[in-house]
Write a protein that binds this ligand. Structure first.
Ligand code: ZN
Length: 499
């Protein structure tokens, strides 16, 4: 019996294979919800390199969307490959936005939201993005994350540039798998090398700590503390900020002691990447998960040292004051945050060539306008888990029984799973899903406590009901698409300058 296929018309691409013009496209099997790769060869002469032929129909051949076929298509269709955006001269001058996707089914919805707010690339999307921590919990490999995003790009025919972010890399051994999988954006998190005690250590201890930093491991000598003080004072007075000499002297000593080892680690990671990457790449430095906010002096120290050491970073994610928790808006004093953002942006402009990056960037609706006001287009916003929450919103309305199981599991797992995340939801305020009517379930996705609990327990949930959830989304793509569209338009609109 003939298959009922829906061809994704945006995916249709004519490309050359061994001197033959072939047509490639993606289609959906309407019975199963699964996608298949369609190939039309009018000459009937090409030796198709694809694996796993599923069926032929009306003269076209259909193959499985497997990793080998993904790799072949990337060679034929250039826009299926992610690309670095660069920075400064020759770089992209629009805000960039990271769309994490823990299920691997959200890219079409992300692209619809991008198209809804920007017609000609006013936002540079990072469509593949996952941290080592997330991959551990979802059981996905860097290559699977990249391939899933690529199938979404193919389906929607997104021919503008896009990137792939290997997020929160902590050690050199994390790099190779992401390089291999074609990532173009590497986020290094030196958090384990940040010395938090330096905030309160006695001066002698600070000096000892600085003396013990292993600069010889990278064959470099650190900046002299006096030079750092002079540079900061010059910058500070040019910026017209009040700068107390003795405070700067002490602050620079603390910054040096606190972040020196982190700078060494970042430099090592950068150099290791240069060895592994034949071409250019985007490099982000993230200290957003440290316990205390990044002071301006610390930002100045980190950026200045990295520049001096030849580390070409394209974005830097400070830890801003207040609480940037997962899946909810900013918690803190916006009136105090704004001048701090403005000053971080001034430090960024002083050194130039990079963006301010906002991690845990989902749902920070009150912060986006402030960020745009002060950092302009030199902004990167990173979101990771809310595409998963939107999937659960769809689940809550279409498969309430399944959603109840996810929430029940979240209540059991939250105390454990929250430990590696910045969240403050109260376990006692998670409702018992058995006590609620079906109609009350979708609204729970707007509840602070439920949102965060579901957000951080995704690994446990996917291990238990991931397949059922994915099947539900594949058989109801329009519902998921609508949910993502609505959610991300709210995120992206503030980043696009009004005409
Ligand atoms: Zn982060």
């Amino acid at each position: 019996m003939a298959k009922n296929l829906k061809i994704y018309s945006n995916s249709i691409h004519t490309g050359r294979l061994e001197a033959n013009d072939l047509t490639f496209y993606l289609a959906r099997d309407e019975e199963t919800g699964e996608r298949v790769v369609g190939v039309r060869d009018p000459s009937d002469a090409a030796q198709l390199p694809f694996t796993q032929l599923l069926f032929s129909q009306d003269g076209d051949q259909y193959f499985a969307p497997n990793p080998e076929n993904a790799a072949i298509l990337r060679q034929i269709i250039p826009w299926l490959n992610p690309a670095p955006m660069g920075a400064g001269e020759g770089g992209v001058e629009v805000p960039s936005f990271g769309f994490g996707d823990r299920l691997g089914l959200a890219t079409p919805g992300h692209i619809h939201a991008l198209r809804a707010v920007s017609s000609a690339g006013e936002i540079y999307p990072i469509l593949a993005q996952q941290s080592v921590r997330e991959n551990t919990r979802t059981g996905r490999t860097p290559q699977q994350v990249m391939d899933d995003a690529m199938w979404g790009v193919f389906q929607e025919g997104w021919q503008l540039p896009w990137g792939g972010d290997a997020d929160h890399l902590k050690q050199e051994s994390d790099l190779a798998a992401f390089v291999q999988a074609g990532y173009t954006f590497f986020t290094v998190d030196p958090g384990e090398y940040v010395d938090l005690a330096a905030d309160t250590d006695a001066l002698q201890v600070l000096n000892d700590k600085i003396g013990a930093q292993p600069w010889n491991e990278i064959g470099e000598i650190p900046i002299r503390q006096g030079e750092l003080v002079d540079l900061y004072l010059t910058f500070c007075s040019a910026a017209g900020w009040p700068c107390d000499q003795s405070a700067v002297r002490q602050g620079s000593l603390r910054a040096f002691a606190k972040y020196g080892r982190a700078v060494i680690q970042i430099t090592k990671m950068y150099r290791a990447l240069k060895q592994l990457m034949p071409g250019s790449f985007d490099f982000e430095v993230s200290v957003d998960e440290t316990e205390t906010p990044t002071s301006l002096l610390e930002h100045f120290y980190i950026a200045g040292e990295l520049k001096r050491l030849g580390v070409r970073f394209n974005s830097l994610a400070p830890r801003f004051p207040g609480r940037f928790e997962k899946g909810v808006d900013y918690i803190g004093d916006l009136v105090a945050l704004e001048p701090e953002l403005a000053r971080h942006a001034a430090v960024m402009r002083h050194f130039g060539g990079y963006r301010l990056s906002l991690h845990s960037g989902s749902d920070k609706f009150s912060v986006y306008p402030l960020l745009m006001r002060h950092a302009g287009r030199s902004v990167h916003v990173k979101t990771a888990g809310t595409s998963y929450l939107e999937a659960l919103r769809v689940e809550a309305s279409l498969a309430p029984g399944l959603f109840r199981q996810a929430l029940t599991l979240a209540r059991q797992r939250y105390a454990t799973d929250r430990l590696t995340y910045h969240v403050s939801a109260d376990e006692a305020r998670l409702p018992d899903p058995q006590s609620l009517a079906d109609s009350a379930l979708p609204g729970l996705l707007d509840d602070f406590h439920v949102r965060q609990a579901l957000h951080v327990t995704f690994g446990s949930a996917l291990a238990n009901f991931g397949e059922e959830l994915k099947h539900m989304l594949k058989t109801h793509p329009a519902d998921y698409d609508q949910a993502l569209l609505k959610h991300f338009i709210r995120h992206l609109e503030p980043l696009v300058p009004k005409a």
